[in-house]
Design a protein around this ligand. Structure first.
Ligand code: CUA
Length: 652
């Protein structure tokens, strides 16, 4: 769900909600009861059972919560500048936000995906897509930091992304908007648009991403994706809407046909075609940003993509007709069932992977689109879930034979059996659920126990806060036959989608400090004796240290108006959880947050002569407030010599 489309639906949703509210007499009764309170209570000093990674939606971040408490643990900046951590402001992190369009300080983060081994979260990395300017980021789960971002060329709206294959071989990424492929100037009304489905290879050791190939597809809107599991492990699936290929008023024009498609792509066949040289080359620029061993992010600009056409690679791609503008596509833990979220359909269609293979074998095609065979619906469908509610979107699984589908317009979670596709339970959500998440519920071995509703609207659930109300998630117990609401918890940014894993998988692997003696940072200062200030023309480099509770140097003179002053601050601490901060009056960027053993750099261009303070922004000791210093700024061309205290400095 995108924010835009959810707003388009708000009118209909609110009408239904108001009916729902009057029917249940408002929300004054606590729905969960005291039993629920006990189930989510994590006593002070105790740890949560699970880490949950919620996308921050249009905040561009990933936000980490503990479950079942819903306590906020960390905010990880990914696609947006984030002053709390200096991310996107410090010289070491700026390159993470580079793209072929230049430095982009924002994106819309949608679908977190944990790395998996044998179909189960292994706790190594978290991937997440940027939806606006298509990108995939990789976060390291020992540091809870963004380590790599790759731009996806030839795509427009990286929504169906970055769904991971069974052993994290690839992250796959679709294009939401049909556009000229490759881009060129053409008439919107009459031009032929297309799309690409991208396969981004993940290095099994380092996690480094590289664009392997892109499959050129007709100009539908590709929405969401999942990669297969078990028997379907070689396949990835994308829903599409607007198979009408309308260019305007999609609200009506993209809903003309009874069915759109799920695209099924066999990556093994695609890999063979790539190896046989059946690709053509496009030359769209894209950026690849990585953090090096020295802790500094750098960008590489790449300009060559391997493109596969369906006609050149038979057996690579098929379309499964699916009613009606499907949204989510979700593969059950056995890899056999492919559940479409037919958001405008009256049923939830469930395709059978084994029937799909038979239909391909038997060439049971009803036609083709741009050379891509369309399978016969009745030859691939396993069943249709009747009475699923209005607007089914996404489905996750409990590993016990049940599926849970989020239903937007009627604002509920619907549980159905994968044996006979009958609905066995349903429970309201407050309100207008988009994605839902069962811990491990998209993997081969769901952890189960809970389902989290990721809601779009919180009207009347929390103390009001002006026109914009908080975003929110809800936690439900799914251990019994009937789902039970346990907890509402507010979230930062839109909680678009989420992933969770047992805390034990990563809790003990957390990096506590960067080892100072092993630092490969070219700007590191390993002791106070080594501090120095160096002028190179109009650039001044101050190699500084921070330790409880002082900076060295804490006086620098001889800076001139218009200089670029690079404060390279090394945190000398080697204790866990003792960061220092650094902030400079008049700096046109954020503070720095410097972890123990780490070096970070802030650039400041002084604009007026005078003496200006800097200080530590992170409350580090009882004498944190004393952790400050002065920079003397003279007019341009002044004869005041460069001087500082500490190291070989001349101010004593
Ligand atoms: Cu260092 Cu406060």
């Amino acid at each position: 769900m995108t924010a835009i489309r959810s707003r388009a639906w708000t009118g209909a949703a609110l009408t239904l909600l108001s009916v729902g509210l009057s029917a249940c007499g408002g929300t004054s009764k606590p729905l969960g009861g005291t039993d629920a309170a006990a189930k989510v209570y994590v006593a002070p000093g105790q740890y949560d059972e699970l880490y949950a990674f919620l996308s921050g939606g249009f905040s561009g971040n990933v936000v980490v919560y503990g479950l079942p408490s819903g306590r906020l643990l960390q905010q990880i900046p990914v696609f947006s500048q984030y002053p709390e951590k200096g991310y996107g402001y410090s010289e070491e992190t700026k390159a993470m936000l580079n793209t072929s369009w230049g430095f982009l300080p924002w994106d819309d983060a949608h679908h977190p995906q944990l790395s998996i081994t044998n179909g189960t979260a292994d706790g190594r990395w978290l991937f997440i897509n940027g939806n606006n300017t298509p990108r995939i980021a990789r976060l390291d789960l020992t540091r809870f930091e963004t380590e790599e971002i790759i731009e996806i060329p030839n795509a427009a709206g990286g929504h169906g992304s970055p769904y991971i294959t069974e052993n994290s071989e690839y992250a796959v990424s679709g294009t939401r908007f049909a556009v000229p492929t490759p881009q060129e100037d053409m008439s919107v009304k009459d031009g032929k648009f297309g799309g690409v489905l991208s396969f981004v290879k993940i290095d099994p050791k380092s996690g480094r991403m590289s664009l392997a190939f892109q499959v050129h597809v007709p100009g539908f809107d590709y929405d969401l994706a999942r990669s297969g599991k078990g028997p379907s492990r070689d396949w990835s699936f994308w829903t599409s809407y607007n198979s009408e290929q309308a260019k305007t008023l999609l609200e009506a024009n993209a809903s003309q046909k009874d069915k759109d498609y799920i695209a099924a792509v066999n990556r093994k066949v695609a890999e063979q075609c790539v190896a046989q040289g059946k690709t053509k080359e496009w030359k769209t620029p894209y950026a690849h940003n990585t953090v090096g061993e020295d802790g500094i992010a750098r960008s590489e600009m790449l300009t060559s993509e391997k493109i596969l056409e369906a006609a050149d690679c038979p057996g690579m791609i098929y379309f499964l007709p699916t009613p009606k503008s499907p949204h989510g596509v979700d593969v059950d833990p056995t890899g056999e069932f492919i559940v479409g979220g037919g958001k405008l359909a009256t049923v939830i269609p469930v395709h059978s992977f084994s029937k799909m293979l038979k239909a391909i074998e038997a060439k049971a095609f009803e036609g083709e689109v741009d050379g891509i065979p369309v399978l016969k619906y009745d030859q691939v469908i396993a069943g249709e879930v009747q009475n699923p509610g209005l607007g089914p979107l996404h489905t996750e699984f409990d590993g016990k034979g049940f599926a849970y589908t989020s239903v937007f317009i009627t604002s509920e979670i619907v549980k159905f059996s994968l044996k006979d596709f009958t609905v066995v339970d349903r429970i309201p959500t407050y309100y207008s659920i988009g994605h839902l998440m069962i811990p491990g519920g998209d993997t081969e071995h769901p952890y189960g126990k809970y389902v989290v509703a990721l809601n779009k609207i919180t009207k009347d659930r929390y103390l009001p806060t002006g026109p914009e109300l908080t975003q929110s998630a809800q936690l439900y117990d799914i251990t019994g036959d009937k789902m039970k609401l346990l907890l509402d918890f507010p979230t930062t940014g839109e909680p678009h989608y989420a992933q969770a894993l047992p805390a034990s998988v990563i809790k003990d692997k957390q990096l506590k400090t960067y080892i100072l003696t092993e630092s490969k940072d070219p700007n590191v200062t390993k002791s106070e004796k080594e501090v120095k200030v160096v002028r190179q023309g109009a650039k001044v480099h101050a190699y500084m240290t921070a330790i409880r509770s002082h900076f060295v140097p804490d006086i620098i003179e001889g800076i001139q108006v218009g200089d670029s002053v690079f404060f390279h601050v090394t945190n000398l601490e080697q204790d866990w959880d003792v960061p220092h901060g650094f902030a400079m009056l008049g700096a046109r960027n954020a503070e720095l947050l410097i972890m123990p053993g780490q070096t970070r750099t802030l650039v400041w261009v002084p604009q007026r002569a005078g003496v200006y303070p800097f200080y530590c922004t992170d409350f580090c000791s009882a004498l944190h407030q004393e952790m400050q210093g002065y920079i003397r700024v003279s007019v341009k061309g002044s004869s005041v010599p460069l001087a500082w205290n500490g190291g070989a400095g001349t101010i004593k």
